[in-house]
Design a binder for this molecule. Structure first.
Ligand code: PMP
Length: 981
């Protein structure tokens, strides 16, 4: 009887009312007119009315639906009206004062009502809902349940197919709609398991044992707080904010936890196949409306049951009403939800849900274990560090196959016995250029012990042999799995505690697990580690070995220590940055072994962790490190090599420690040589932080006060930005030169001697935009004519990074008077240089000596030369040209596909991707760029917004970056742009 009602109702066709008939209804009964737009619905008919009085939703449903239920909805909307934290539509009374009209249209009995329209949009279209949005859904659901906890109405007692209490019988009834035998039995099987888990016996707080289902609190709930029914709008930061909840059509009194199960199930088709995406929702719900343990345990089984109901109802609906596009579209989502919901064991999600709110699975009662390897009790094991910081790993040797086993074998050969640590994130399992977390967390211990070592049952149980050759001993509460053991008893044998079960032969792996039916992996990802750890506890006690990983420093606490000691103006990337302690080539690796693609580090030209750098520094440090007033070979050799790279006219080098220092010195050289003080610099540029270098820096991204705080000797000229500057395009050169002429004329008029002009020869701050053609030729000539010196700041763009040429000024066909360089020169070793002509260098002598204590030290010089050697040996200049060329092409292809991508600047490994909202106005897409960078980080890529409007991805990776990494980066960029920003 009950099921018949459910199915009958689920299969009724919707009401047939034309837009004209709907307009007539509105006119007659509400006195409203305007335009109608149909809104999708599975069973009812919904129209949006745009009228002079505002926007409304006209809802029409079949007259055989109980009016009492609709009245309950209206009462609930009124009840919720007194809860300001929740925004829900108001009911608009008809002219006769009634909230609900029961009418006859073309012989159909219909219920008609009118509600407020809530501005905004549902997020159904978003492929990816991140943790913030998931939490938004969970919080809203918690607030709704809290607000409805005291709401009562006779219309709430109803029979509805979405009521989780009927899920099991409904599933069985609807199963025949699935034609495919395999699919049908899969659904039947998971539904059965879900039912068993909701009906299982579970302990209550007061230690009474009762079925889980009977412990679940019951109240009025919305039952459909999903991506379809929550309306959102973006704020100024382009973060989505909830505007309100709509569609109270499923309002019912049932288990409170059903509400969250419905919300969570809806998140699963926005989850990139990760069921753990629901955890922020659970956490946020629990924070506003605490859940009982029985509810937490029932949640995942209810989500799985919901997934089965969704698929079956969807199939049923499509079979009845094949032309309903709304139902057809939904069916794909419903299958995706089912696929994700059944991709992990129930036990894992139950542990994860408990863990998300700080609870744990009930402890295992037991009288202790017998030793697994009794012959080795008390013997010393070498515990081998296989973690991210392990001294055994260098120069990428962790990428060798089976390296962990080899290290254990070597240690065993030296010490007799060796073991890995349970729960120590393994560096060898890191995965470069991957958008997903690697499974680095070991849920087992690997041991190297003599072959033939006896293995005994740590507890009583039955021995099984798995397909992969592992042995499994199933006790009443725990199973132990063993690899590398030859059994001495037959499979199926019941063993007593302490009975010999076999002998070690080769490498031994030991894994403990709650439950024989679980088939846990040997490794899991960091975000699943806590949940798997609850199911696969450490086997340390079986082994009598303190082999658990040392607890890691809490990254939050470490960040707090940084903030409390390291001056705050020195910012860090990301609000919640990963802790990075190792790098290799063009990747950075966090403490959990995740590799991030490094697209930021123009300093580490050779890539991270280069063994040549380590060796060079170690060797020179062990010989000598001192200052340049001593006589040693490296300083002459390095200076000669730099001059060999510079234009022929240059014959003198200064060695310093940074780009700022180099630019400061260059300004002083200009002062000394010209006898003047006044400097021209281009707007929107950055040259360093020291007093002099900062004076000529005007980038507001680096210093918001830059424009108002220039000293009077600095004269900024218009930023020659051909893309978004005051003058645009390739013909803008004369316009930009005019700004220089104007400033020079002013100085001449005031009889002030010009000192010089400083500029990046490729517009670095704006992502490597080429200067207007011929700009530097004309400007350098004007500056020199007025007695000034031309400084090329090559700190970012020089040294072959641009691919096409070694120095940036080559693009403009000019030769400066002074080159400044730093960053990549030392691959991270503090190293900068000023290269110039003798007469300019010697001019400084009128002011005294120049000395920089660590500038040109033996270590710095050796490193500087090794950097040049490696760049040559590893063909990094060629790489910048070839892979960089491919990079630019791939980025340029995005311009056509995505309106947000305005332009690609630069060349080689110095590229700028400029994001804009409008191709005419070039309105900078600042907030979108920030969101893009945050999302890229989730996908394993470090990228930051730069430029004065923070709307440019300044792409300047290590010069060892490969084609694979470039393709990964561009693919991920496209993926995020597809997801919508
Ligand atoms: N000039 C330019 C163009 C730079 O980009 C920078 C650093 N971002 C500097 C100078 C200053 O270099 P440093 O940080 O080594 O002092």
């Amino acid at each position: 009887m009950l099921l018949a009602t459910l199915i009958h109702r689920a299969s009724l066709p919707g009401p047939q009312v034309t837009p004209q008939q709907a307009l007539d209804l509105l006119e007659v009964h509400y006195g409203l007119g305007g335009t109608l737009q149909s809104l999708g619905s599975q069973q009812d008919l919904n129209y949006r009315l745009d009228s002079p009085q505002g926007r409304f939703v006209l809802k029409i449903c079949r007259g055989d639906y109980a009016a009492l239920e609709l009245q309950a909805q209206h009462a609930a909307l009124k009840h919720l009206g007194s809860h300001p934290e929740l925004h829900v539509p108001r009911v608009i009374p008809a002219k006769n004062g009634a909230d609900l009209l029961s009418l006859d249209v073309d012989g159909q009995a219909l219920h008609v009502r009118l509600l407020d329209y809530i501005e905004g949009q549902p997020l159904t279209h978003l492929k990816h809902l991140g943790p913030e949005l998931a939490a938004g859904f969970g919080r809203l659901c918690g607030q709704m349940d809290l607000a409805l906890a005291d709401f009562q109405h006779p219309g709430l007692t109803r029979t509805l197919q979405w009521d989780a209490r009927h899920a099991h019988s409904l599933i069985n009834h609807l199963l025949p709609v699935i034609a495919d035998e395999q699919q049908r039995s899969l659904i039947a099987d998971v539904a059965e398991q879900a039912e068993r888990r909701v009906q299982r016996l579970a302990e209550q707080a007061e230690r009474r044992v009762q079925r889980l289902a009977e412990q679940l609190p019951v109240q009025a709930i919305h039952l459909d707080i999903t991506d379809d029914n929550v309306v959102w709008q973006r704020d100024a930061q382009r973060h989505w904010q909830v505007q309100g909840v709509i569609d109270f059509g499923d309002l019912i009194r049932t288990w409170r936890i059903t509400d969250l199960s419905v919300t969570c199930a809806a998140l699963l088709h926005h989850a990139e196949s990760d069921p753990f995406c629901i955890l922020p929702a659970v956490r946020a719900y629990h924070a506003v409306n605490p859940l009982q343990q029985a509810e937490l345990l029932a949640l995942w089984p209810l989500i799985v049951a919901r997934a089965a109901v969704l698929v079956l109802s969807g199939e049923q609906q499509v079979s009845i009403d094949p032309n309903n596009q709304y139902s057809r579209d939904n069916l794909n989502h419903e299958w995706e939800i089912f696929r994700v919901a059944t991709s992990v064991p129930f036990e894992l999600m139950e542990a994860a849900i408990l863990g998300a709110v700080g609870q744990t699975l009930p402890a295992i009662a037991g009288e202790g274990f017998a030793p697994l390897l009794p012959g080795l009790v008390g013997r010393e094991f070498a515990l081998i560090d296989l973690g991210v910081l392990s001294p055994h790993f260098e120069a990428g040797n962790w990428e060798q196959p089976e390296i962990d086993t080899q290290l254990l074998q070597q240690a065993a050969a030296a010490h007799g016995l060796a073991a890995s640590r349970y729960g120590q994130y393994r560096l060898s399992r890191t995965c470069p250029d991957s958008a997903v977390e690697p499974d680095t967390f070991p849920l087992h211990v690997q041991l190297q012990v003599p072959s033939g070592t006896a293995v005994e049952a740590p507890f009583a149980g039955v021995l099984h042999r798995a397909a992969d050759g592992a042995l499994r001993l199933d006790g009443p509460q725990l199973s132990v799995r063993l690899w590398g053991v030859t059994p001495s008893v037959h499979a199926g044998a019941a063993l007593v505690k302490g009975q010999v079960l076999g002998a070690v032969d080769g490498g031994l792996k030991v894994q403990l697990c709650r439950g024989a039916q679980l088939d846990p992996p040997l490794f899991c990802t960091p975000s699943r580690a806590a949940a798997w750890q609850a199911l696969c506890p450490s086997p340390a006690a079986l082994l009598g070995l303190a082999c658990d990983a040392e607890p890691e420093l809490d990254p939050q606490a470490l960040l707090a220590r940084r903030d409390a000691s390291f001056a705050r103006s020195q910012k860090h990337y990301y609000v919640d940055p990963p802790r990075i302690e190792r790098g290799w080539r063009n990747h950075l690796i966090d403490m959990q072994g995740r590799s991030y693609l490094d697209m930021l580090n123009n300093v580490a030209v050779l890539g991270h962790g280069h063994p040549r750098m380590a060796a060079e520094a170690a060797r020179q440090w062990s010989l000598l490190n001192t200052n340049s007033r001593f006589h040693y070979a490296a300083i002459a050799e390095f200076s000669e090599r730099l001059l060999a790279l510079a234009p022929d006219s240059m014959d003198r080098v200064f060695l310093v420690n940074s780009g700022s220092e180099a630019n400061d010195l260059a300004i002083r050289l200009a002062w000394a040589y010209s006898g003047g003080r006044d400097m021209l610099s281009v707007l929107e540029a950055y040259h360093g932080w020291t007093v002099g270098a900062d004076a000529v820096s005007t980038s507001i991204a680096d210093n918001p006060q830059a424009l108002s705080s220039r000293p009077d000797w600095v004269h900024p000229v218009t930023a020659p930005n051909t893309y978004r500057g005051e003058f645009r395009g390739q013909n803008s050169t004369p316009d930009y030169v005019r700004s220089v002429e104007h400033n020079l004329a002013k100085l001449a008029e005031q009889k002030r001697q010009l000192a010089g002009f400083i500029c990046e020869p490729v517009y670095g701050n704006a992502g490597g935009i080429a200067l207007p053609p011929g700009y530097l030729k004309q400007v350098y000539a004007l500056v020199r004519a007025q007695g000034g010196v031309c400084i090329a700041d090559e700190v970012q763009v020089g040294y072959g990074r641009m691919g096409k040429f070694f120095w940036g000024f080559e693009e403009q066909g000019v030769v400066p008077d002074i080159i400044t360089m730093a960053k990549g020169m030392g691959n991270g070793q503090p190293l900068g240089a000023v290269i110039t002509r003798r007469e300019i260098a010697e001019a400084l002598e009128t002011e005294g000596y120049f000395f920089s204590s660590a500038g040109g030290s033996p270590v710095s010089c050796r490193i500087g030369m090794a950097v040049l050697d490696v760049m040559q040996e590893e063909k990094l200049w060629e790489n910048a040209q070839v892979v960089g060329g491919h990079f630019k092409q791939r980025l340029e292809a995005l311009i056509e596909r995505y309106p947000l991508v305005g332009a690609v600047h630069g060349s080689g490994f110095y590229l700028g991707l400029e994001l804009i909202r409008n191709r005419q106005t070039l309105e900078p897409a600042t907030e979108e760029t920030a969101l893009l960078c945050d999302r890229l980080r989730e996908l394993g890529i470090f990228m930051q917004p730069t430029g004065d409007y923070l709307n440019i991805l300044k792409i300047k990776p290590p010069m060892v970056t490969t084609r694979q990494s470039v393709d990964f980066f561009v693919d991920m960029l496209a993926k995020v742009l597809d997801e919508g920003l």
